[in-house]
Design a protein around this ligand. Structure first.
Ligand code: ADP
Ligand code: MG
Ligand code: ZN
Length: 501
């Protein structure tokens, strides 16, 4: 998750594109639903088991086997649809999407086509001066295909295997409008979407395990022009970082192409992460290539308004709502509240610190900078790492209180934070043992001030001639003498008096 909060990994567009062309990007996101069983059969939906251990005639596509729609899958898809503010269609229709591939034994994928489950939603992303909506065209349900195994077996040199455990795993596809204008925005959209899906409990959204997959549609157009340019669709984007990199690369490629007087061709391209470039895979297929037709073995899916309401009322507070509440309740800037609410675990952690310290501003600063920085180090996602991290929100809150009460300085607090993070000890115990208490003792600080003033007659002279901006330098000297423990306010007061001569 932290990966997604880390905007710095987003690749920036080269300047020549920004000046002459406007990027236009739309994302198609596939998300595996965390059901107990598959979408049309009772096989388990579970990642990581030995190949072909969760299969049956339905998900193997054997002739004559009939699909039966999993109600839990529809429920989770509805949670996503409502959380993304979509209009849920009272009736949607499953369709066969016909194509040949070894991971698709039936020769067609059951999907939804012209009558999807839900339409017209939106996701909010940070933008200049606040947040803005990225429109979501549609959300439809479909089944996943199997998975080709090209590596890791003794026979991998000669042949590939197919694992059908994934065949029939329920998916939703979330299709955005072409509303994104940079690779950073695409990254932000994906982060926001992932946050909503995780909050709503729809999916584990694990990109490494393929439960969240993204195709990027990328085009550019001369600035000021209304009509969209020809797009390339990039596949094989298996991390947030690669989504950003691939889009940035593709935008540059299209710009260079147009600059040299050629037209961009509509095609499907593949991202090669090792070489850092997209390569042409095939000319883009059109809908008619798939010969879509309504699935004869499944009735239309009817969703009652009552079902939608039931789903709506069972949803927890979602990221955008939580963000607005943090702004209203804790007085945080919108942007900060957005960062803190990208992950529910981080948001809960922040709230505990804010409540127990009584200082939401400081709580937000510590969580946004130090805690998120720490979480970024090491493997795994930040939900997991936050759960394992030894620094409890209560201990962080206590540390903030120590600072606010003047018992330790802000500088020492950084030290204490590091120690708490690795040992899990409460801050009081650390401060006591390491003798880190802030020196607020007037005479001790006065002595340090006098020493510094006596030892630096030249600097004192400069100050007295009017260069009072050097006060900071004197403060630094006194801090050094006191091991960073002096109460800064007292140091300032006493220094000013001493320097005034
Ligand atoms: P398909 O089903 O062939 O992939 P769609 O029309 O459903 O095509 O669009 C898929 C995605 O492509 C959507 O996310 C949409 O926003 C995006 N898109 C469509 N046209 C463009 C374009 N000219 N530039 C960038 N993205 C586009
Ligand atoms: Mg597509
Ligand atoms: Zn099955």
């Amino acid at each position: 998750m932290l990966e997604s909060a880390d905007v710095s990994t987003a690749a920036a567009e080269p300047p020549e594109i920004a000046s002459r062309y406007e990027p236009v990007i739309g994302l198609e996101v596939h998300c595996q639903l965390r059901t107990a069983t598959k979408i049309f059969c009772p096989c388990r939906n579970r990642f990581g088991d030995p190949p072909n251990t969760h299969v049956c005639p339905v998900c193997l596509g054997l002739p004559g086997a009939l699909p039966a729609l999993n109600r839990e899958a529809v429920s989770l898809a509805l949670r996503a649809a409502v959380a993304i503010h979509c209009r849920v269609q009272p009736v949607s229709v499953f369709a066969r999407k016909n194509y040949f591939y070894p991971d698709l034994p039936k020769g067609y994928q059951i999907s939804q086509y012209d009558r999807p489950l839900a339409t017209d939603g939106h996701v909010e992303i940070p933008a200049a001066g606040g947040f803005r909506r990225v429109r979501v065209q549609r959300i439809h349900m479909e089944e996943d295909a199997g998975k080709l195994l090209h590596e890791g077996f003794p026979w991998s040199g000669e042949k590939s295997g197919v694992d059908f455990n994934r065949s029939g795993v329920p998916l939703i596809e979330i299709v955005s409008d072409p509303d994104l204008r940079s690779s950073e925005e695409a990254h932000a959209y994906l982060s926001a979407l992932k946050a909503v899906l995780l909050y709503a409990g729809v999916s584990d959204c694990n990109m490494e395990e393929g439960s969240l997959r993204c195709d990027a549609n990328v085009s550019i157009r001369p600035r000021g022009r209304e009509a969209l340019g020809t797009r390339a669709e990039i596949k094989n984007l298996n991390s947030f970082r690669n989504v950003s990199r691939a889009i940035a690369h593709e935008l540059a490629r299209q710009a260079a192409w147009l600059e040299s007087g050629r037209d961009v061709v509509q095609e499907t391209r593949l991202w090669n992460a090792d070489r850092g470039e997209t390569v042409s895979m095939r000319s883009k297929e059109e809908a008619h290539d798939y010969r879509y037709f309504p699935e004869p073995d499944l009735p239309p899916l009817a969703v009652s308004p009552a079902w939608v309401e039931e789903v709506r009322s069972s949803l927890p507070e979602l990221p955008a709502g939580k963000r607005r509440r943090f702004v209203a309740e804790y007085g945080l800037p919108d942007y900060d509240a957005g960062v803190l609410t990208l992950s529910r675990e981080v948001a809960d952690y922040f709230e505990t610190v804010a409540r127990e310290s009584g200082n939401p501003k400081a709580a937000s600063n510590w969580v946004m900078t130090e805690v998120l920085r720490k979480l970024k180090q090491g493997a795994g996602d930040d939900e997991g790492r936050l759960a394992r991290c030894p620094l409890s929100p209560s201990n962080l809150a206590e540390m903030i209180r120590l600072v606010d009460d003047g018992r330790i300085s802000g500088k020492i607090a950084k030290d204490v934070f590091e120690r708490m993070w690795s040992s899990g000890e409460p801050p009081g115990a650390i401060v006591e043992r390491e003798d880190l208490s802030q020196v607020s003792d007037r005479t001790a600080i006065q002595a340090a001030v006098d020493e510094v003033v006596a030892a630096n007659p030249g600097q004192v002279e400069t100050y007295r001639r009017g260069k009072t901006a050097t006060l900071g330098w004197f403060v630094g000297q006194v801090m050094k003498k006191t091991g960073g423990k002096a109460n800064p306010r007292l140091v300032n007061d006493l220094l000013k008096k001493a320097l005034a001569g």
